[in-house]
Design a protein around this ligand. Structure first.
Ligand SMILES: [Zn+2]
Length: 154
């Protein structure tokens, strides 16, 4: 590192300290030329979670986009904001786990996680989400799913 005082490249580390969560290291350094003391910081750069879309393109995981999708399917349904937030956090956590060390997950896999959760929370939202995101391979599969919900008939 360049000494901020004289620009010399040689320094020695006097002390290294980690923060309590282990994500930052602070080093106290001394320039070997002018003996000026300064501090440097090291941070862990987290690799972002990437979503592989159907067309093969990758984009960073966007929790707001996920939330919009879920909110749309829950529109006019009697689900508390708290339940929605829990659902989003669970999907986010499980996506991270599924992505593993590669930090990559398909949009399809995320969609399936959402469906699994929505099915428990609200069956109508489940069908809405599934139809918007075309999670079913064909129409008969979709009808089958609706049938499982045994919606009241008029
Ligand atoms: Zn110096």
């Amino acid at each position: 590192m360049h000494c901020p005082h004289c620009g010399n490249m040689d320094d020695k580390v006097l002390e290294s300290r980690q923060n309590s969560s282990g994500t930052t290291i602070r080093r106290r350094r001394e320039c070997l030329s002018c003996h000026y003391r300064y501090t440097s910081y090291e941070r862990i750069e987290e690799k972002p979670l990437m979503v592989i879309k159907r067309d093969g393109r990758r984009e960073p995981f966007d929790v707001q986009k996920l939330e919009r999708g879920i909110q749309t399917s829950l529109e006019k349904r009697d689900i508390s904001q708290n339940a929605v937030e829990n659902l989003i956090h669970e999907v986010e956590d499980e996506s991270m786990i599924q992505a593993g060390s590669k930090r990559e997950i398909s949009s399809q896999a995320i969609g399936e996680l959402v469906l699994k959760k929505l099915y428990v929370v609200d069956p109508v939202a489940y069908v809405r989400f599934a139809s918007v995101y075309r999670m079913f391979d064909n129409v008969s599969q979709f009808i089958q799913e609706i049938g499982k919900l045994s919606l009241p008939r008029k």
